[in-house]
Each structure stands twice: as structure tokens, then as C-alpha cells.
Design a binder for this molecule. Sequence first.
Ligand code: C2E
Ligand code: MG
Ligand code: MG
Ligand code: MG
Length: 283
Amino acid sequence: RAKREGKNDFRFFELRMNEDLIERRELESELRLALERGDFLLHYQPQVDLSGRKLRGFEALLRWPHARMGWISPMRFIPVAEETGLIVELGEWVIREAVRQIAAWRAAGLDPLPVAVNVSALHFANGRLVESVRAALEEYGVPGQLLEVEITEGAFLEDPEACARQLEALRALGVSAAVDDFGTGYSSLAYLRQLPVVGLKIDRSFVGSMDSGGEVLVRSIISLAHAMNLWVVAEGIETEAQLGALRALGSNYGQGFLFSRPVGAVEVEAHLARGPVALEVLL
Ligand code: C2E
Ligand code: MG
Ligand code: MG
Ligand code: MG
């Protein structure tokens, strides 16, 4: 009997693997179609200066409204885009779209704040990143200071020197970089001294565990960052208690549902039009 159950478990496992594979294949072809049709959107999540209580900028996040499958989460389609290499094309679209949007805000007479885009490790490996950023800024006449990139540890694990070179080249365009999901990867801390980054983003898993003993980690990350002259964004702030604790620990910036979910371009315009008092309104 045990043997039969074991066998059934295995078949169940096989079936699940197949389903997974079919879903990934389907997502892959849907991704290609969506790229061709231009179905993707960017939403923007406000980042707030925790001492001045002002808006400091936005993070651009990919959104995929799918006619049949509804909104497909980046947590599902980014991994498929990475496996298939489509992430480079998708990333190029994100960069152009963010820069186009910044230019549109400027043309509408608004005073834009920096927009950070997420850049996949594979985009660094591909070698086209700097050129596409330069081309987009030039095409739309946008100063590089209005664009930022968020990179993960994966970007420099493979080839730290190539990564550093590209970040230097971006910096020369005025585009600064921050390390995303800091503390969740497996690389050594040594890279931090070699990489031209200006900030660290504390992963929301750490922020979420602050009231159950995780505060010591957040405190350590903030003091490490400050000792290295880097600013810190705490991600995933959902409660007043987390906000209070993060301010007390000296986190420079914050981002999370407490302030705002990622919103569409129209809502960003409302934020920008209100000017630097935005946080009062947000809270
Ligand atoms: P990330 O870059 O760390 O982005 C932050 C994620 O946390 C976003 O999820 C955001 O909606 C979510 N978030 C923000 N505040 C809160 C909060 O208070 N509570 C909770 N529970 N969640 C919060 P999203 O938009 O689903 O994106 C997930 C991940 O997908 C991103 O994590 C990023 O790794 C990836 N991603 C999204 N857009 C892009 C993109 O354009 N390019 C690349 N390469 N990756 C992207
Ligand atoms: Mg990010
Ligand atoms: Mg993050
Ligand atoms: Mg994350």
C-alpha cells in the first residue's frame, strides 16, 4: 500500500510538473504576443522621504493586463521572461516607457521626480543596457538624473567588473543605481565597496518581520548603508508602527502600501501637481 501511494505521489508530482511546464510555455508565447501588441503598462509606487515627509520619487513596476487571464503578476511572468531571454526586450520597453512618461510629464508643465526602473541581471549580461538608456534619454530629451536603476545581487554575481563598468557608464549619464531586495541574496558584502551604487533597498521581508525580532537586521542594514555613504529605502511599509520604527532607526526613505500602492500615470500626475506637500496628503 505504501508502495502504491508512493507511486501515486510520484504521478501526481509528474502531473504538476507538466502543468507547470504547460503554463510556462503558454506564458512564454503570451509574453511574446503582448510585447508585439504593446499590452504592458507601468505603474508607479511613491517613495517617501521619511524625515521631510515629502515625496522623493517613484518606482516603476510592470503591469500586464491580460484579456483572458486577468492581471498577471510580475512574480509569475518575470521568471518566465528571464528563462526565455525575453526579459531584455521587456526591460528595454520599460526603460523607454519610463523615459517617455517622464518627458510627457515635463511637457505637461509638471516638475517630475526621479523614476526608478528594475533592471534584470540578464540585461547587464546582455551588454545593451547602457546604450538603450542613453538612446531613450536622448530621444526624449530627459536628463539622466530623473532616471534611476534598481539592480539585484544577481547582476554582479556573474561578472562584477562588467556590472561596475556599466554602472559607471550609467552614472556618467546622470543615472544612479540602488541595490534592490538587499540582504536576500547569497553574495558577499565585499561587492558593495566596488560597485558604484548610491542606495540600498531593504527587502520587505525584513520590514515585515520587524515586530517579531527582525528589527536587529533592519538596524544593521541601515548602519552598514550609512557607514558606506549610501541611502536606504525601506520597502513594504504597511503599518504606522513599522513607519515609526524605521524613522527612529534613521531609514532615509520608505515605500509601501501605508503610503500608496503602485498607481497609474494619471494618479502620479495628481501627486506631482500637488508638489512637495504630497506626503501630508498621502498619510
Ligand atoms: P521589487 O522590485 O522588490 O518591487 C516591490 C514589490 O513590492 C512590488 O511588487 C510592489 O507592488 C510590492 N509592494 C510595495 N509595497 C508593498 C507593501 O506595503 N506590501 C506588500 N505586500 N507589497 C508591497 P510587484 O509590482 O508585484 O513586483 C514584484 C517584483 O517583480 C518586483 O519586486 C521586481 O523584482 C519584479 N518586477 C516588477 N516590475 C519589473 C520590471 O519592470 N523589470 C524587472 N526586471 N522586474 C520587475
Ligand atoms: Mg524594485
Ligand atoms: Mg525590492
Ligand atoms: Mg522584492
